[in-house]
Design a protein around this ligand. Structure first.
Ligand SMILES: [Zn+2]
Length: 207
């Protein structure tokens, strides 16, 4: 069995959405030798930094939070789709030939996975693409961008997914993963009542 680690490494200089300084994680040494008898660090990080899942409260006032977390939706079979030819928005035309069925959880492997720097023109899921997936009835989508959409006013891609009970995972690293079916084990930090949760994710090639 092969294990693919598809999470981002968290460090002070990692890529973050739009390179916003406030989204960069800060790891501070709280105490260290020889002054102290222990070495301890503190991490301060926006919940949308690195690999994470969104809940609808992120884009909708009064929306759902991590209280609704269900691990059955995160430990599941997934289909990795090779979309490295897509330049801009992933639309129905890019998805229709991929054999997606009701109940699938799909992960988009795009050119985003090949850059360790934030690319402002990153590949995203268009509103039409999200509607196409909602019509099929997928249960989740994962992207290798730090946003499932890119500067779309009103966040229609997020909202289309959330309105159709589709899980959104952002910030995957899929460079080394071939197109195919895998078992995804995505485990979140258990933070109470927030709009996003950091995830550690592996894909298991045990098909
Ligand atoms: Zn997010």
């Amino acid at each position: 069995m092969r294990i693919y680690d598809v999470s981002m490494i968290i460090h002070g200089n990692m890529q973050v959405y739009k390179n916003k300084p406030e989204k960069k994680p800060v790891i501070k040494i709280q105490s260290t030798f020889p002054e102290s008898s222990v070495h301890e660090s503190t991490l301060s990080m926006n919940l949308h930094t690195g690999t994470h899942m969104d809940f609808s409260k992120h884009v909708t006032e009064g929306g759902k939070t991590s209280k609704t977390l269900d691990l059955n939706r995160l430990i599941t079979k997934v289909k990795v789709l090779d979309l490295t030819h897509v330049k801009d928005g992933i639309g129905p035309e890019d998805l229709s030939s991929k054999g997606i069925s009701t109940g699938d959880f799909v992960l988009f492997k795009t050119t985003n996975s090949f850059s360790d720097n934030f690319v402002p023109s990153f590949v995203y899921l268009s509103e039409e693409g999200a509607r196409h997936l909602a019509r099929i009835g997928v249960k989740g989508v994962g992207t290798d961008a730090l946003g499932i959409e890119r500067d779309q006013p009103g966040y229609p891609t997020h909202k289309t997914c959330f309105n159709n009970d589709i899980v959104i995972i952002e910030g995957l690293r899929l460079k080394n993963v071939p197109e195919g079916t895998f078992t995804m084990v995505a485990l979140p930090l258990k933070i109470e009542d927030v709009e996003a949760l950091p995830l550690s994710i592996v894909l298991l090639d045990n098909a």
